[in-house]
Design a protein. Sequence first.
Lengths: 88, 171
Amino acid sequence: MTSQFTKVTHERVDFELDASGLLCPLPVYRASLALNQLSPGQVLRVITTDPGALEDIPALARQTGNTLLGTEREQERALFWIEKGARS
Amino acid sequence: MTDVRTRPGDALVDEADRRRRIALVASKGTLDQAYPPLILATTAASLGWEAGVYFTFYGLDIIHQDRLEKLKVASLANPAGPIQLPNLLGALPGATAAATKMMKKWMTDARMPSVPEFIEMSQDLGVRFFACSTTMGVMGVVEDDLIKGCEIAGAAAFLDFAADADVQLFV
């Protein structure tokens, strides 16, 4: 399986991963694969619907040395902006 | 502050450089019990941790080439499980097959990977699979029966790996 993410032209977003409809551990698994493709300083936006992702994605950022820049809730969707760290 | 994970004789490693590690034991060979260790190992590897799973007793079936596709849900395993039957009826022929079919449907409907897919995902992420050598001997399983990439290990070898783990779980 490979992570599916598409490049988007948006300020502070270099790549986007839509993990809507996916349950744990898939949002974290795919976000991790996506982050591995980024260069330091690039920003990944992750979209999730799994309630567990509200804590899982911040935990992923902490554990992998990347920076959670922001989160946003819109109804059942949650959006996360993660900046790739220098040493992750 | 003393780092409890640093033991006498260990090389001094910058804590920030040290990878976390999880050691899991998979001791059950039913479909429902195959998922938790594989999910945790896949997640740990996604977090950048080192991960290893020790497959022992019926858990060895999870990495047995001929058996991993045939793992079943025991209808007696969970009285509140997929098939709502009194336990006595759970012993009837067909109850296990029905419970297994139902769980597979739940997983597919929820877009969850199958056990073989989780095995592939975790191995691709570098999760180490340890096959219990005693179980192999007792059950007449040889290395060629196992999926590729397994390490045959006794308890001491696994404990040597687990001793340096931050998290150890028995499933």
